[in-house]
Design a protein around this ligand. Structure first.
Ligand code: ITT
Length: 202
């Protein structure tokens, strides 16, 4: 392994992963170099299952080792929804703004103490053959704001207030998100794995 493909079409994830994984011995590649790849169907029941599906699919489409990221938001008062359906929450092709609008509407006037939520990120690394090498998961606990605020980050960031802060990820700096996010926590495990891999390989 010398190159790893960041197997996602989500620009927000790409930007974060390029920074989070910058300090590793691998060359990061993106799907920009592979415009003809198609997105696999996300049929898994868990984030980890979907991360595996993505890593495998893009590895076999490109012939590279691939890192899949499946992530989303679990809201306690909604029984864990939108969960693995986070991207499809407001229907196919909906914007982040529409997904946020739906989430805030579903929660309505639910009191602050009942707006607990967490971001979850699962990552899987597949060899070029499709064989899964490593899976990591990271969680970031917090709560859902009453209104969207801030333009930093992407996706549900404008309504997610991480524990220990009073502002949303949309308002907080990218540096803070990169230290405490679900993706940062999963990436730390991926980096450990990659360092070990290289130490053994030589
Ligand atoms: P790929 O499958 O190509 O990776 P995707 O956007 O479809 O891209 P997912 O299926 O994992 O990715 O869906 C993740 C959803 O959760 C999507 O709506 C994201 O905006 C949201 N999400 C994931 N990580 C997030 C983060 O760090 N901040 C805000 N929203 C996030």
């Amino acid at each position: 392994m010398s190159d790893i493909l960041i197997a996602t079409k989500n620009i927000g994830k790409i930007k974060e992963l390029e920074k989070l994984l910058a300090d590793t011995p691998v060359q990061l590649r993106s799907l920009n170099d592979f415009p003809k790849t198609f997105e696999p169907e996300e049929t898994g029941a868990t984030f980890a299952e979907n991360a595996v599906l993505k890593a495998r699919s893009y590895a076999s489409q490109t012939g590279l080792w691939a890192l899949g990221d499946d992530s989303g938001l679990e809201v306690e008062a909604l029984g864990g929804a939108p969960g693995v359906f986070s991207a499809r929450y407001a229907g196919a092709g909906a914007t982040d703004a529409k997904r946020i609008e739906k989430l805030l509407k579903e929660l309505g006037k639910v009191q602050e103490e009942n707006r607990r939520a967490r971001f979850v990120c699962a990552m899987a690394i597949a060899r070029a053959t499709g064989e899964i090498e490593f899976i990591a998961e990271g969680v970031c606990n917090g709560s859902i704001a009453f209104a969207a605020s801030g333009a930093n980050g992407f996706g549900y960031d404008p309504v997610f207030i991480p524990d220990g802060f009073s502002e949303t990820f949309g308002e907080l700096s990218g540096d803070i998100k990169q230290q405490i996010s679900h993706r940062a926590r999963a990436s730390a495990k991926i980096i450990q794995y990659l360092r070990r891999f290289y130490a053994v390989a030589g």
